[in-house]
Design a protein around this ligand. Structure first.
Ligand SMILES: *Cc1c(COP(=O)(O)O)cnc(C)c1O
Length: 405
């Protein structure tokens, strides 16, 4: 129990709870983490080999429903390796959403390739498969058995859908397009472990998929990642590249430029304990989402997060859209008010076609991501968020709505 929660217990009946800080999304370490970490320390298996690494990989592979998983130091490194294995090379292009955390676009640059930023759809705020289709069919042409961007002349090599905020991308059309145009597909499932698309877990549809166990994700190892695939050869290649590409461990013969992208046994131990509680944590996230949705139904100008009929979302980062004209305040003014209340909220990411880090990149956009960026606000949604703290968030939304009118 947090210090704040225990203090709240001692307040007198009827008294207002003390206005403690409500963070946006913090780790929940309530399982067997200590026990497993202690086991690592007691046995001396603290480094990059050990039974917890193997166990963590197997737990994730089994859960996602794929044959192989390779643990990595973080989700970004898993993406970096996946792109290499998919055959993405210098000056290739990879299609990626403009509305996402920046990591997948950066990973594309790490291999010397270029991102092409495609807009979001307005309903679930995910990658718009229709705009992907339009770009591939109208913006590209076939030349010598390869697909080339008409504008840049570069080879288009892969699609990188990102399941943002815990909700899946509409994947079927994306995978169909990839087959039609001979492109690799890598799912960035870092924000959506446990989410399902048409009854199957995200991460099991594409050639490869990547997960993250960063501190703000649904499950965390402090920092960590995972590459999953059904292709045994690729899994082996991923293990090889993430462990310095060592061909002979005695003579230290290396067959390629590899990386030290391993996850330590200590962190994998935390991961095993976290995986044991995945379903509990998803249930908590969904409960939080339902409470917000119910409350928002009576506040004009605030749109809740939606879930498609073909999807099961884990509601990783609960986000609303603020219609400033109706609500009376825009998303940033609301953020400032929350901040005064010691409640942490956050806008969505700056769309990457506007990012200085990726200035000059190709983009196909019609303003959806820009509108979502303008109006979006993520609300406190930690797995351990108490009902009392969520009530404070909701009360603030209500109070500001009436004060604005
Ligand atoms: C968190 C995240 C990553 C990267 O994960 P790290 O473990 O922080 O490297 C990649 N893509 C998206 C969409 C993310 O949200």
């Amino acid at each position: 129990m947090s210090v704040e929660a225990s203090q709240r217990k001692t307040t007198e009946p009827g008294a207002l709870p003390p206005a403690g800080f409500v963070p946006l999304c913090v780790p929940e370490l309530r399982g067997r983490e200590w026990e497993y970490v202690k086991d690592c320390l007691d046995t001396g298996w603290v480094s990059s080999v050990g039974s917890y690494v193997d166990r963590f990989e197997k737990m994730v592979a089994d859960r996602v429903g794929v044959a192989h998983a390779v643990a990595t130091v973080n989700g970004t490194s898993a993406l970096h390796i996946a792109l290499q294995i998919a055959g993405v090379e210098r000056d290739d292009e990879v299609l990626v959403p403009t509305l996402t955390f920046i990591a997948p676009a950066n990973a594309i640059r790490y291999v010397g390739a270029w991102p092409v930023f495609i807009d979001a759809e307005p309903d679930y705020w995910q990658w718009d498969a229709e705009k992907v289709r339009a770009f591939l069919e109208e913006g590209c042409r076939w030349a010598d058995g390869e697909l080339r961007n008409k504008a840049t002349g570069r080879r288009v090599k892969a699609l990188l859908p990102v399941h943002v905020l815990g909700h899946p991308v509409d994947l079927e059309p994306v995978v169909d397009l990839a087959r039609k145009f001979g492109l690799a597909v890598i799912e960035d499932a870092t924000e959506s472990l446990g989410a399902a698309y048409r009854g199957k877990q995200v991460g099991s549809f594409a050639d490869m998929a990547c997960f993250s166990f960063n501190g703000n994700k649904l499950l965390t190892t402090g920092g960590g990642g995972m590459l999953v695939t059904n292709n045994a050869e690729w899994a082996q290649r991923a293990k090889y590249l993430t462990t310095q590409a060592k061909d002979d461990p005695v003579e230290y013969v290396h067959g390629a430029i590899g990386y030290n992208y391993r996850l330590t046994n200590v962190l994998a131990a935390i991961g095993c304990a976290q995986m044991e509680l995945l379903d509990e944590y998803i249930a908590a996230k969904r409960r939080i989402a339902t409470r917000y949705e119910t409350a928002l139904a009576t506040i004009p100008g605030l749109q809740p997060m939606r879930e498609a009929t073909w999807a099961s979302s884990v509601f990783w980062m609960y986000t609303i859209l603020v219609d400033a004209a109706v609500y009376g305040r825009d998303s940033r003014a609301l953020l400032a008010e929350f901040s005064r209340e010691r409640i942490q909220t956050r806008p969505l990411w700056q769309p990457l076609h506007l990012s200085p880090a990726h200035a000059g990149a190709e983009a196909a956009n019609s303003g959806v991501a820009e509108r979502l960026y303008r109006d979006g606000l993520s609300l406190p949604c930690s797995v351990g968020l108490t009902e009392a703290d969520q009530e404070r968030v909701i009360a603030t939304l209500n109070r500001l709505a009436s004060s604005a009118r």
